[in-house]
Design a protein around this ligand. Sequence first.
Ligand code: UDP
Length: 241
Amino acid sequence: MRVDILGIGFDNVTFDEAVDRGFELLCSDFPSYVVTPNSEIVYDSLSNSDYASILNKAGLVLPDGIGVIYASRILGRPLKQKVAGIDFAKALMKRMADSGKRLYLFGSKPGIAEAAAEKLTAEMPDLIICGCHDGYFTDDKPIIEDILQSGADCVFVCLGAPKQELWIRDHLHETGAKLMIGLGGSLDGYAGTVKRAPDIFIKLGLEWFYRLIKEPWRFKRMLRLPKFLWKAVMASFIERK
Ligand code: UDP
């Protein structure tokens, strides 16, 4: 069941349900993709109907951010829980390791995907990472060819939003992979080049605040969070009329 938050239909799932569904998609015969919009992404989709449509056509739409959860409560249709893309993908990798599925890491600065692969396989020795490519490129073709040759079942596409969702839309049926997941800066997280907020910040719903302190240049971008919540308040008034 999907819950509409300002035009984006989010899957109302627990973390475990999300991982089960993600693995089902990975095992299916048809290529599909997962998106993990936060409030900034939903806010941007308000003025870009093509982008909203790409998000809504995903096989799984996960709320990656406390702002989306607050908005769902404001609108009176609360989502079960936040499902951060980086955690979701980690849990899915454990399933891939257990089942011999092949994973390709695509995105981030040169060397980061390889560093992430090294850390991830040290943690999960059975995980098959069949290829890596950085996210700074001019020609898509060699990357598509490399993914095809690698025999990847799943591709983590980590180019930031909206670039990653557009890339997935354009190339979903060209690589032979059954599942693509747009995961923003997750490879930086797995490689350890960007530190995640301590658990206490995550538990209190203040991961955004930690990120703001660590990466103050995000301030302008983050102004979309209060604007997004205000839109949710306005939408709830209009819906109640
Ligand atoms: N990135 C990339 N190619 C680009 C632009 C960005 O690979 O042309 C990468 C960037 O190096 C970073 C990620 O995309 O690893 C975006 O991270 P960010 O934290 O900004 O994304 P978010 O998760 O906030 O969408």
